[in-house]
Design a protein around this ligand. Sequence first.
Ligand SMILES: C=C(O[C@H]1C=CC=C(C(=O)O)[C@@H]1O)C(=O)O
Ligand SMILES: [Mg+2]
Length: 449
Amino acid sequence: MLPYDESMRILADKLRQCQTRQGWYRMEQPLPAVAPLAWLHGVDSSCRLYWTERSGNRSVAGVCPELDLTLAGAESLGETFALSREVLQAIPGAHFYGGMAFTDQMSAQWRAFGYGRFILPRFELIQQRAETVMACNLYLPGGEESRRKCHEAAAWLERQASRIVVQDTDGYRAPGIADRYCVPDQQQWRYGVEQVLTAVAGQTLHKAVLSREVRLKLEHPLHLWDFLQRWHSENPRSYQFALQVESGDCFFGTSPERLFRRQSRLLWTEALAGTMTRGMDASEDQAFEHRLINDDKNRHENALVLDHIRDVLAGLCERLESDREVSVIKLRHIQHLIHRFRGVIRPGITDYDLLTTLHPTPAVGGSPWHEARHLIHTLEPHSRGWYSGVFGSLGLNDTEFAVAIRSGLLRGRQLSLYSGAGIVAGSEPDTEWQELDNKINTALALLDG
Ligand SMILES: C=C(O[C@H]1C=CC=C(C(=O)O)[C@@H]1O)C(=O)O
Ligand SMILES: [Mg+2]
C-alpha cells in the first residue's frame, strides 16, 4: 500500500487527467488505514460530516459539499429525495449524508441546519471493514469550467496530502463544565409528565415522549472529534454522526437506535424503547435485565413502538417478520428493550416512503402521534431541532438511518445535550427524570474533567 500522501497525489493526478465532458464523476483511490474521525481534525473544510454504521462496518468522513440539499420545510423532502436519486443513478457508489429535524417547529439556533440537510461530499474518506478509500464526487459542467473544477479539487487533495494525520486520541482532555442548567427544570418536568398522564387517563393518548435540554457552558473548548471517538469507545455498538456547518456549530450524537436499513428491497427496522440502568457487577446486571424484561411499564413503552411499526409497514412491505420475543441491548450505563423487524418492501417503495412513514416512531414521539405532537409542542419549553430527528446515509441500493437520540448541539463553548423518556401509564415523574440523566451520563462523564 502506498503511503497516504502519495495516494492523495495519485488521486489528484487522476483528477487533472479527467475528461471534461459534462456530467457526474466519482473517483476512488485506496489509502492506508486512516481513521475518519482522526482525519477530520486537520482537514481543510468549513463543513464536515461524519457517519458510522452501528455494525461498525462502515465509517465515513465527508467534507466540501459538492451538492448541498438544504430543506426549508417538510414539503420539500420528496423533491430532495427524488433529486438525490437522480444523482445517485449517475454515480451509484456515492451516498448523501445528513439528517432531518424531529418536526418543523424549530428555534433560530437550528437555522443553519435547516429542517433537513442532505450533503453529497466532494471528498469522502471511507473506512469499510479493513479497507480505506478516498473518494471524490464531482459535477463537471463541461468545457473550461470542468477543467477549473478538476484542478481546484486536485489542488485541495495535494494540500491535504502534506498535512499530518492525527492517528490516535490519547491526548483527549475533558473540557470541564463551568455551568449547567436544565430546560425544563425538574419542577416543570413534573408538571409536563402529570399533563401527559392526565391525557393517558382520559384515553386520548397512550404515550408521549417528553424531552429535556441540558445547557452546559464548557470551561475549555471541546475537541469534538476526539470526544466522539471516546464516546464511541464507551458505546461501540452505536451509530455515530456529526454535521458541522459553516458557522462551526455542530450537531452530533451516538445513538443505539435504527430507524431503518434498506439493501435493495430488504428492510431492517426495530422497536427500541424501555430503559433500565446497568448493574454494578454481572449478577446485579442480570437482575436488572430480568426486571426490565418483566416490567409492565417498560414493556408497554416498547409495545407501542412495535405496534406502530407493524401498522405503518403493513402497506409498504411484501413480507414482514419480527422477533418473537423482546430482547435487551446493553450500553455503557443503560440497557434497553429491543424488538427487531426484517422485511421485503414492495417494488416501487422508496426511501422517502420509508422515512416519512416510520418517522417519528413512538420511541421519540408518541401514540397516537397527532395527540402526542400537540402535547410535546405545548409542554416542551425548548426546541428539539434535530434531536430525535433522523441522521444517516442515503444510497441507491443501501440506505440507513439512525434515530438521532443521545445527541447534542455544540456552539462555541455552549453545549446542549438532549434526552427524552417515554411517558405511559405507570410513569413516575422523578423516575423518568432520573432516566433522562442516565441517558446522557456517558457523554457527561467525558465532558466533566
Ligand atoms: C428518546 C430517547 O430514548 C428513546 C429510546 C430508547 C428508550 C426510550 C425510553 O425508555 O424512554 C426512549 O423511547 C432519548 O434517549 O432521548
Ligand atoms: Mg423509558
